[in-house]
Design a protein around this ligand. Structure first.
Ligand SMILES: NC(=O)C1=CN([C@@H]2O[C@H](COP(=O)(O)OP(=O)(O)OC[C@H]3O[C@@H](n4cnc5c(N)ncnc54)[C@H](OP(=O)(O)O)[C@@H]3O)[C@@H](O)[C@H]2O)C=CC1
Ligand SMILES: O=C(O)C1=N[C@H](C(=O)O)C[C@H](O)C1
Length: 248
């Protein structure tokens, strides 16, 4: 492995809420960005292939619809890809998996260190309390486009993994009808400027346990994305997680 000591960083979704903060955190390592509107003064292009050619790693916090095109362009250019965009359908996820055959890809619905540890705890709770009713509540700002959040789905996947089942087989987003045994339920609230809140609640008749995470400042995601980018650049092709980047 040739670790790159000061990787050149590009940002897809550079004009967005998180992309703007990632650009600030990248400082001098920032070489440019991707947007639907080009800006030559800031080295912002509309073409993923053009950005990829000038970078060692792209931090992608844009929109799920861009993922297949980004996957193809970054794989072709050999550019590492930190993917934080959520709301991917199966086709987009297949494109991510295919790109990871050619380039290093770190995919994380949530770049927070504490939330990364939360996923490990959720796996343990799922395994240790297999018969408890599991419900995941997520709360976000009124502008968020996808629901349930990518993080809520990742928490659900971790609980399901701990239980040895597939989330697709037990996920419950429609609350009508009696709660099926073994279901993993999701509920979403949208309003105000909430940065991101996630609760995992496991309930039995005689006790319940709640794991809670509150993102208080969006910058926690930007700092995590930069840590991931610096860790990923120069690694072998493969699909990595935030837990890989945070291993000590
Ligand atoms: N992994 C993590 O830790 C985190 C992930 N996220 C995820 O990152 C993504 C971006 O979040 P956020 O910055 O809040 O979102 P914003 O809407 O503020 O920014 C997204 C940017 O993507 C660009 N874009 C490209 N194509 C589209 C499209 N079809 N529709 C809308 N925007 C598009 C837009 O830039 P332009 O108009 O210039 O083209 C937009 O500014 C989301 O998927 C979100 O869930 C968010 C926070 C943390
Ligand atoms: O859109 C957001 O804001 C966030 N999105 C991510 C998600 O969908 O889980 C992470 C974080 O919760 C903020």
């Amino acid at each position: 492995m040739t670790q790159i000591s000061a990787p050149r960083i590009g940002i897809a979704g550079i004009t967005g809420r998180l992309g703007t903060l990632c650009a600030e955190e990248a400082g001098d390592a920032l070489v440019g960005g991707l947007s639907r509107t080009a800006d030559t003064q800031r080295n912002i292009t509309t073409d993923p292939a053009t950005l990829a050619k000038s970078c060692d790693v792209v931090i992608d916090v844009s929109h799920a619809s861009t993922v297949p095109a980004h996957a193809a362009a970054f794989a072709q250019a050999g550019c590492a890809w930190v993917l934080g965009t959520t709301g991917l359908d199966q086709g987009a996820q297949d494109a991510v998996n295919a790109a990871a055959q050619h380039i290093p890809v770190l995919q994380a619905a949530n770049f927070s260190p504490a939330l990364t540890l939360f996923l490990e705890l959720a796996r343990q709770l799922g395994a240790g309390l297999p018969d408890y009713d599991a419900e995941i509540l997520e709360v976000h700002h009124r502008q968020k486009l996808d629901a349930p959040s990518g993080t809520a789905l990742a928490i659900g996947r971790a609980v399901a993994e701990g239980r040895g089942v597939r989330l697709e087989d037990v996920a419950r987003t429609d609350q009508n009808g009696r709660r099926p045994d073994g279901a993993i339920g999701f509920a979403s609230l949208r309003g105000g400027q909430i940065v991101g809140e996630h609760d995992l609640v496991l309930m039995a008749a005689d006790e319940q346990i709640t794991l809670s995470h509150r993102a208080l400042d969006r910058r926690v995601f930007a700092r995590g994305a930069l840590l991931a980018a610096r860790w990923l650049a120069g690694r072998p092709a493969g699909l990595y997680t935030m837990a890989d980047a945070l291993k000590r």
